[in-house]
Design a protein around this ligand. Structure first.
Ligand code: EAX
Length: 325
């Protein structure tokens, strides 16, 4: 009798811990709110990894900057107080200059090129490089092509940009682009709704989903489809944490975050036409065909800036420029 009771207690305990505790618990941070591109990657990963690991790997997503802005999240990734994150390309700038290559203006022209480069050996070189900063680069997902919005005037040519106070990410290349275009670029971490609303800044630049999810159509009258940068996310892990995992778990996590990224890229792309129609309906004045040649001419020499002077960074930029010409 005593034995049976003990046995039942043991089984009950096993069943309890089996459901209540996963073997691997991942804190995953994003700066944006539910429905955002970063969050779609995170939510898909959370769902797929639970299924594929039979519940052994569980993810808790911390969103809306609850663990800090993107720079602060990356610092916590380095320290392994956060295990995974989906972070916009821009803020990697201060961690590893190689990421500046992806933000080079008018570099990646369409989705096919973006996927070919970033999923291929050149993208792999960027991911590998991050290990020097204790960050394990897993794969790329997407924010999308960035467009300019502002509250002062319609922008057709770089002349119209002159003097506009434009918020940019914490990134030397993003700042340089807007300087070259004649704007007054102001680095600021996400989110920026209040600053736009109060007129601390005249405008910002982000993909179409941001205009929708963050309701920027309420506070920005003009948008121009500049598509000046293909904005990636890098899906990352803490390198110390990654090295503590066994190879089977690493492989499962690597495959699953990539599948989540591919899902998100398709999801994002499939929604852009409807987003554009919605923004027009909300009353935004949208310049769909600005003088792109004039914009390109203004930023044509940026590769000669000091921020690309590191030989490895320069070489990679040249290789991608060649591959995408
Ligand atoms: O995804 O800071 C930015 O402009 C990013 O694009 C933002 O996280 C929205």
């Amino acid at each position: 009798m005593k034995k049976t009771v003990l046995f039942i207690a043991a089984v009950a305990l096993l069943a309890f811990t089996g459901t209540a505790m996963a073997d691997i618990n991942i804190k995953l941070a994003v700066v944006t709110k539910p429905g955002s591109a970063q969050n779609i990657v995170a939510a898909k990963f959370e769902e797929l990894i639970a299924q594929r690991s039979g519940g052994n790997i569980s993810v808790k997503v911390y969103h809306s900057a609850s663990l800090g802005n993107e720079t602060e999240i990356l610092q916590q990734i380095q320290m392994n107080t956060i295990q995974m994150a989906v972070i916009t390309g821009g803020p990697f700038d201060t961690f590893d200059p190689i990421v500046r290559v992806v933000s080079y203006p008018f570099l990646l022209k369409d989705y096919a090129q973006a996927d070919a480069i970033l999923d291929g050996p050149l993208g792999a070189e960027i991911l590998k490089s991050l290990e020097r900063s204790k960050i394990k680069g897993l794969c790329f997902s997407e924010n999308g092509f960035r467009n300019l919005s502002n509250n002062k005037r319609p922008v057709n040519t770089p002349e119209d940009v002159k003097g506009l106070k434009i918020r940019v990410m914490s990134s030397t290349i993003h700042k340089s682009i807007w300087q070259a275009l004649g704007a007054n670029p102001t680095p600021m971490p996400w989110p920026i709704y209040t600053e736009l609303e109060q007129g601390v800044i005249d405008g910002q630049e982000n993909p179409l989903w941001v205009m929708e999810v963050y309701k920027f159509y309420e506070i920005q009258k003009y948008m121009t489809m500049t598509r000046h940068v293909y904005s990636c996310h890098i899906d990352v892990a803490s390198l110390d944490w990654w090295n503590s995992l066994n190879p089977a778990d690493q492989a499962l996590i690597q495959k699953t975050i990539h599948d989540a990224a591919v899902f998100e890229r398709q999801d994002n792309r499939s929604k852009n036409a409807a987003r554009l129609a919605m923004l027009k309906e909300k009353g935004m004045q949208i310049v769909e065909n600005p003088d792109i040649q004039a914009f390109r001419a203004r930023v044509a020499d940026l590769k000669n800036l000091d921020l690309y002077s590191d030989p490895q960074v320069k070489a990679l930029l040249e290789k991608i420029l060649d591959a995408t010409r």
